[in-house]
Every structure is written in C-alpha cells, then in structure tokens.
Design a protein around this ligand. Structure first.
Ligand SMILES: C[C@](O)(CO)[C@H](O)COP(=O)(O)OP(=O)(O)OC[C@H]1O[C@@H](n2ccc(N)nc2=O)[C@H](O)[C@@H]1O
Ligand SMILES: Nc1ncnc2c1ncn2[C@@H]1O[C@H](COP(=O)(O)OP(=O)(O)OP(=O)(O)O)[C@@H](O)[C@H]1O
Length: 282
C-alpha cells in the first residue's frame, strides 16, 4: 500500500497567446503548487482497477482522471497487475485548482513505485500530458513556467514563503467553456512573465504580488461577478494580491503571515463563501 499527496495549484500568471490548429490555446503561465491536497491511497491487486471516492458527484469509473492514469500505466506493467485507488478529495471540483490533474499525477507517481516500473520523471511527464494539460505540472509541483498548452515546464525560483487564502464560491466552471469564450482582444491586463520571473529570482514577494494577472478573468468574471466581489474583499482585508486561479472560479490571495491569512479566511467564511482554505506553498 502506498499513500501519495496530490497538491492543488494556483496560476500566479496566466496569459493566452492564440488558438492553435489542434484546438488548444498556446499559453504562458507561472504555476505554483500549494498544500491543499487530496490523499491518494494505492493498494496493489490482481486484475482490475477499482476506485472509491469519499464524496458524491465524482464517479469512480473510467471517467475519473485517477482511473485513467492507472489504465495508462497498466500498459507498462506485468499482465494482470491491478490496483485499488482510494481518493480522499479535499480540493474542490471544477475549481481552477487542478484537483483532477493532481490526482492523476499522484497515481502516475505512486503506481510507478508500487508496480516497480522504473519510468523516469520525464517519461511519466509524457504520459501525464496525454491525460491533461495541467497533469505534467502536478507531477513536478514547485514553481514553474508552463508554455505550449501548459505541458512544457521550466523551473523558476521558488515563491518566497507566504500564505495563500483560497476562496471558492458555489459555482463550478468548465475549463473548456472558458477557453471557447476567450477573445485575445478582450483579454484585459496581461501578465508580464519576464517581470514576474525577475521578482521571483530576487525573492521579492511584493514584486510578484504586484504583477499577478490572469487573462481568463475576462471570460469568467463577467459571467460570475461574485468572483470580483471576493477579490475586492480579499484586497480590502489586507491581501497583498488577489486573483482568479486558472479558469476559475476559485480566488487566491497572497498574504505575508499566517494570522492575517486566517483572519481573512474567517471574514470570507462569515460572509458566506462556502469553501475557504489557508494553504502554504509546496
Ligand atoms: C486553465 C488551466 O487549468 C490553467 O492551469 C489549464 O490551462 C487547463 O488545464 P486542464 O484542465 O488540464 O485542461 P485539459 O484537460 O487539457 O483541457 C480541457 C479543455 O480546455 C481547453 N484548453 C485547455 C488547455 C489549453 N492550453 N487550451 C485549451 O483550449 C480545451 O478545450 C480542452 O478541451
Ligand atoms: N479525480 C478527479 N477529481 C476531480 N475532478 C475530476 C476527477 N476526475 C475527473 N474529474 C472531472 O473533471 C472536472 C474538472 O476537474 P478539476 O477539479 O480538475 O477542475 P479544475 O480544478 O477546474 O482543474 P483545472 O484547473 O485543471 O482546469 C470535474 O468536474 C470532474 O467531472
């Protein structure tokens, strides 16, 4: 039996450059792993892949990304090798936090070890990209520049120590819908990836905070103004920065100390935001 933590991500910067002939969008993103995590427990068994999830609304069948990751890796295993997967979900669904991608990456990493497959991280990265654009990042975690459709990763200096308040309103946003609606000419403020990389290299948290930007806000926020309200409140309560993560709807706030992060989280909960977490970077 093996237990793996599957960490959520936030996008400190998200720029969309153009739509590609294959239907995906070329992106440039700065991604950061945070310690809000699902717990994935893998138990080797003969034959089948079986999956049990601790919440309603997420099937344990072949539509689950964790199941699909195991099925992909089965092609490299001894015939008859199966696994039982227990998913303890803590990351909200369809939230912009890559919860499903994180589970898939955790299964790839864990089964590689449990089944003794000896695939390199690079080989796992190629399989990860088949499962989804965010899955390769979830294998590596840390702070990364992601390009291509999100699967090409380059290391960046770690985000200076800070706390991240995550607030998800009661909305689920399908990523494909957001990309479909996106128009470059309506993107609004675009992130300056070079400036943010420089601030990361300097360990300048204030510089990073001043430069967070996500062009997908131009689609999701007009459809769900609640996101703008949460951002405004996070800033009013003292966050150094507040931004929508990924395709939304979760808003993250960057905060220097734990007491202040807990205070901001408490006020958002009091206002009725249903899912609020305080996390640290991974
Ligand atoms: C919004 C982000 O989470 C930011 O990190 C990612 O860009 C999305 O990553 P993801 O959920 O792993 O996305 P995928 O599962 O690969 O794709 C879901 C859908 O989003 C759209 N999609 C995704 C990534 C990308 N670079 N361009 C796209 O147009 C495609 O329509 C695709 O069918
Ligand atoms: N293990 C899983 N955990 C969560 N969602 C899953 C999983 N497997 C499949 N899904 C499907 O994927 C959809 C979106 O999943 P996820 O929670 O990863 O979205 P997200 O947080 O918006 O991710 P991203 O930031 O990568 O777009 C869910 O609505 C669900 O139907």
């Amino acid at each position: 039996m093996l237990t793996v933590q599957a960490y959520a991500k936030i996008n400190l910067a998200l720029d969309v450059l153009y739509k590609r002939p294959d239907g995906y969008h070329e992106v440039a993103m700065i991604m950061q792993a945070v310690n809000l995590a699902d717990t994935v427990t893998l138990t080797s068994q003969t034959g089948d892949i079986t999956l049990n999830v601790n919440i309603l609304g997420l099937p344990g069948d072949a539509s689950n990304l964790a199941y699909r990751a195991a099925a992909l890796l089965q092609e490299y295993a001894e015939p008859g090798q199966g696994v039982h997967i227990e998913l303890d979900k803590q990351i909200p669904l369809a939230a912009g936090l890559a919860g499903g991608s994180a589970d898939a990456a955790a299964v790839l990493k864990g089964l590689n070890e449990l089944w003794g497959l000896d695939l390199s991280l690079d080989e796992l990265g190629k399989l990860a990209a088949k499962l989804g654009s965010d899955v390769p990042f979830c294998l590596y975690n840390g702070t990364k520049l992601a390009t291509g459709r999100g699967e090409l990763l380059a290391p960046l200096p770690a985000l200076p120590a800070c706390y991240v308040v995550l607030a998800k309103p009661a909305i689920e946003v399908p990523t494909a819908w957001v990309y479909r609606q996106f128009k470059v000419e309506q993107a609004g403020r675009r992130p300056d990836i070079a400036a943010m990389s420089k601030y990361l290299a300097e360990g300048n948290l204030a510089g990073v905070a001043a430069n967070v930007a996500n062009v997908l806000e131009s689609v999701t926020i007009p459809a769900y103004p609640e996101i703008a309200r949460i951002k405004d409140h996070m800033l009013a309560y003292g966050a150094m920065a507040a931004l929508m993560s990924g395709s939304g709807p979760t808003v993250f706030g960057i905060v220097g100390c734990r007491d202040q992060a807990e205070a901001i989280a408490g006020r958002l909960r009091d206002e009725g935001v249903p899912e609020v977490f305080v996390a640290e970077t991974v």
